[in-house]
Design a protein around this ligand. Structure first.
Ligand code: PLP
Length: 385
């Protein structure tokens, strides 16, 4: 894909081979990126995080949309994701945000992908590999400031920079950390992590090293902790129009990009007392009909939300009936509402003046909107609008 293809993607339509699909509004992504850019100082870069196929929205399409409104870099989680983005025509810098296996080194260098390093063993291996090929690998050094997932301890950071200076074939392009609790406004642990990071960066400079591009903020910190912006922010969930937590709501206006749709394949009356779906965990206790939609947990509808989720049809809210199956799910159409086979249901998104947010479905499944959005990409076809 190139930029012209991206711009033409407005015209993309579903194949029509399935009566269930996702719609992704790329102009919402462009708008959300603009809203984040408006929070940043002039020279602060915005990295659009497009891991997990752009949180289920389609990484390359999202990357093009984000770059239209000012994203200048992209972050991914795996080597395969980075290579796929390059293959789709993304030419801006791409960074894999954690260490990759040695088997990926050559391919990533060929594609000019930026590495992240959080250990000496990784740096040594990358150096040996790059040097043997007469190349220089660009690295961002990861500092662990309390998430305790990956990264150098602050106490090891000078040794890490000394090691890099001594090693051929690797050069520092940036230094970064990641917050564990930035989504809680005013959280003491997040403040402490920020102070730890600032102190580490100061020491790097005091010892005469250049930390390069300094970055720390995810979506939540970009909104709630302006002091954490540094040279670049890494925005994921927010560019998709979803909030990382309730604390960012009201602080930035975001437009959800993804909506989930299905056309009902069956509408049938049910007698009072009859049950629906595996285990017959739902029973009709009033006059109603049962409408079946052809999507299920293999499409990302959380089974845990069975009997606890809604959809919109004819601009009205209807409730799920019975367990979500692998490929199908049912809704109660209460009398006197009447719908016909083939009518469109919206599981997430707007219909008429009603809206179901990804957050509502996430809450029903005791999880976060991040997971729900990713999972809808499992099998549903995406249509760009
Ligand atoms: C996923 C990720 C982000 C983006 O986080 P959001 O909460 O989606 O904004 C930023 N940085 C790193 C290292 C990540 O893994």
């Amino acid at each position: 894909m190139n930029e012209a293809d991206y711009l033409n993607s407005d015209k993309a339509r579903a194949s029509g081979l399935r009566d269930a699909w996702i719609e992704v509004d790329l102009s919402a992504i462009e708008q959300n990126v603009r809203s984040f850019k408006a929070l940043l100082r002039t020279h602060c870069e915005l990295m659009a995080v497009v891991k997990a196929d752009g949180y289920g929205h389609g990484a390359a399409k999202v990357a093009f949309a984000a770059s239209v409104s000012g994203a200048s870099r992209f972050g991914v989680a795996t080597a395969l994701e980075a290579l796929a983005l390059r293959d789709e025509g993304i030419v801006l810098p791409i960074q894999v945000l954690s260490e990759v296996p040695e088997a990926a080194f050559s391919k990533l260098m060929d594609a000019d992908i930026i590495f992240s390093a959080g250990s000496k063993s990784f740096l040594v291996a990358l150096s040996a590999h790059a040097h043997a090929q007469g190349r220089i690998a660009r690295v961002h050094v990861k500092i662990n400031t309390g998430m305790n997932r990956i990264g150098f301890a602050p106490s090891e950071i000078i040794e890490a920079f000394e090691l890099i200076q001594a090693l051929p074939g690797v050069e520092v392009e940036g230094t970064f950390t990641h917050f564990a609790t930035a989504d809680v406004e005013g959280d003491w642990e997040a403040e402490r992590a920020l102070e730890t990071f600032k102190a580490a960066v100061t020491r790097i400079r005091d010892f005469g090293f250049n930390p390069g591009i300094v970055h720390a903020a995810n979506t939540a910190a970009t909104v709630l902790m302006p002091e954490a912006h540094f040279d670049m922010v890494r925005v994921g969930i927010g560019i998709y129009g979803l909030h990382p937590s309730d604390d960012t709501k009201g602080k930035i206006t975001l437009e959800p990009a993804m909506s989930v749709h299905a056309r009902t394949t069956s509408v049938d009356p049910i007698s009072i007392g009859e049950g629906v779906s595996y285990g017959l965990t739902w029973r009709a206790f009033q006059k109603c009909e049962i409408a079946t939609c052809p999507l299920g947990y293999a499409d990302g509808v959380p089974r845990l939300a069975s009997n606890n989720l809604s959809a919109l049809v004819r601009g009205q809210r209807v409730e799920g009936a019975g367990r979500v199956c692998m490929d199908q799910m049912m809704f109660e159409i209460p009398h006197p509402l009447q719908i016909e086979k083939g009518e469109e249901f919206v599981l997430v998104g707007k219909q008429g003046d009603q809206e179901i947010l990804m957050d509502e479905l996430a809450q029903a499944a005791d999880t976060i909107n991040y997971e729900i959005a990713c999972d809808f990409a499992l099998r549903l076809e995406r249509v760009y609008v």
